[in-house]
Design a protein around this ligand. Structure first.
Ligand SMILES: CC(C)(COP(=O)(O)OP(=O)(O)OC[C@H]1O[C@@H](n2cnc3c(N)ncnc32)[C@H](O)[C@@H]1OP(=O)(O)O)[C@@H](O)C(=O)NCCC(=O)NCCS
Length: 173
């Protein structure tokens, strides 16, 4: 399977914040934003894998700035690393007004998707990823540590076996 660049999977989605998306303060619900992030991430991962994908995990998401009714929300997703059947997708969220002005970065998060074969419903292999820019390389190189943290939290890896984290930070005490 031929390795692919991060750019091949790059996916952008734009949404307008409508009344049904907001709380009583007129701010976008966090859950709606997470749904949009999940959708743009799934499209991005599926483009890289050229197959259907499911969300395996979502890393910590914090909401730095409120997003208001009538704002335009742009979500940008890019695969940051691909392993055997799973992919880490880095998603950034920007907000601007309807005139396209006052652009602010609202938040970012890492999502993990697993490619699934529709017949067997089992995970399938995905192409490797070749990072190009210095930022892509930085995210690619730190991805193994993030993956180990997810697997520890998901009780799929014992902390003592988290080789990349131990190499980087030292033994768990
Ligand atoms: C994710 C899922 C496909 C993994 O299936 P599985 O039978 O455990 O398969 P495997 O053990 O072979 O794991 C497959 C990959 O998922 C990764 N994975 C599993 N759980 C993970 C987690 N919590 N975080 C990150 N990666 C995870 C594994 O590391 C493996 O990656 P790799 O092949 O690249 O090394 C399965 O748990 C599932 O279908 N979950 C539900 C997905 C879903 O419905 N999502 C929507 C939520 S509402």
């Amino acid at each position: 399977m031929k390795a692919k660049s991060c750019r091949k999977s790059k996916t952008t989605m734009t949404q307008l914040v409508l009344p049904n998306d907001t709380n009583v303060l007129g701010n976008l619900f966090g859950g709606i934003l997470m749904q949009w992030m999940d959708i743009v991430g799934a499209i991005c991962a599926s483009k890289h894998a050229e197959s259907q994908t499911v969300t395996a995990s979502v890393d910590n998401i914090s909401f730095d700035n409120p997003i208001n009714l009538g704002d335009v929300v742009t979500l940008e997703a890019q695969v940051s690393r691909a392993w055997n059947t799973s992919m880490e997708v880095y998603i950034e969220v920007y907000t601007s007004n309807i005139k396209g002005k006052a652009k602010v970065k609202s938040n970012h998060a890492y999502f993990t998707f697993v490619a699934i074969d529709l017949e067997s419903k089992r995970p399938v292999k995905v192409p490797a990823l070749t990072p190009k820019t210095s930022e892509e390389i930085k995210r690619y190189e730190s991805a193994n540590r993030r993956k180990e943290i997810r697997l520890i939290l998901g009780k799929r890896l014992k902390p003592k076996d988290a080789k990349e984290i131990i190499d980087y930070f030292g033994e768990f005490q």
